[in-house]
Write a protein that binds this ligand. Structure first.
Ligand SMILES: [Fe+2]
Ligand SMILES: [Fe+2]
Length: 271
């Protein structure tokens, strides 16, 4: 028994500002043709859902139009980000309420044969106690199922003992709280706009690339590969997991550093 899952990430979609629409359309066609059992959207569905109903509603509709059963969790461009990071869009009750109204819960549990998927919002772990109830319950009654965490930010840049506080990974304190619940059998994430698949600290971790753009080397260190596409996963009922990066022909390799009209000038971000 195999559950085939398509992971798409970081579409950054907007009807009014359609910079990445053509790339998403090509990926959507490839995912539709693959006929997955389930699709996971791992955050930054929208260009600016953190401030725009229209962007978030459009992005949700564009993903739904692929026609697969699908689940989604938010990214920083959908709900804002951890307040301690000091960005201009701190996650708050209004932003989370917009996500819930237009996209659904920010944390959820979904079982497939042999596995339990726990979706969570890495942008609000320090300020949103409500989602911890979902995450903790998901761990508590997982039974013999393997737990896979589905999230926007990667667990860590390098190792779970990292102490750096920055824009890219889950913050150290909530990371420790997550791992105190158990050791996940797999973590799927997006956010970095780099493809990377590795086992670190004994945990298999897959970073999906964006469907839309990369962040050039002037602005972001290279940890994985700066490519575009989507990821196909095979979850076996016996606990095995396989994955493949799927390239899509004809994608434009946008570099956000060279597109200041999207989010303004990109400043160098530490990794
Ligand atoms: Fe993103
Ligand atoms: Fe992001």
């Amino acid at each position: 028994m195999i559950t085939r899952i398509a992971q798409v990430s970081d579409g950054h979609l907007s009807a009014a500002r359609p910079f990445f629409t053509a790339n998403f359309a090509a990926v959507a066609e490839a995912v539709r043709a693959a006929r997955p059992d389930l699709m996971l959207a791992t955050g930054d569905l929208s260009l600016d859902g953190a401030d725009s109903d229209d962007d978030l509603a459009h992005a949700v509709a564009a993903h739904a139009a692929i026609g697969a059963e699908w689940l989604r969790i938010p990214g920083n461009h959908d709900v804002g980000d951890e307040p301690v990071l000091g960005g201009r869009q701190p996650v708050d009750a209004a932003r989370l309420a917009r996500w819930r109204r237009l996209a659904g819960p920010e944390a959820w549990v979904h079982d497939i044969p042999g596995w339990r998927l726990i979706g969570l919002d890495t942008q609000s772990l320090t300020v949103n106690e409500a989602q911890w109830a979902v995450i903790e319950r998901g761990w508590r009654d997982a039974g013999a199922r393997r737990v896979a965490l589905i999230q926007h930010k990667p667990l860590a840049e390098h190792a779970v003992a990292d102490t750096a506080v920055n824009y890219w990974p889950v913050l150290p304190a909530p990371r420790a709280r997550l791992l105190a619940l158990g050791t996940p059998a797999l973590v799927l994430s997006g956010h970095v706009h780099q493809w990377r698949a590795r086992v670190a600290d004994g945990i298999p971790q897959v970073w999906a690339p964006s469907t839309g753009f990369i962040v050039g080397d002037r602005w972001q260190a290279v940890l994985g590969e700066k490519r575009l596409g989507w990821v196909e996963h095979a979850f076996h009922a016996d606990g095995r997991h396989e994955h493949w990066l799927r390239d899509v022909a004809g994608l434009t390799r946008h570099d956000i550093g060279l597109l200041p009209d999207v989010y303004g000038a990109v400043t160098a971000l530490p990794v």
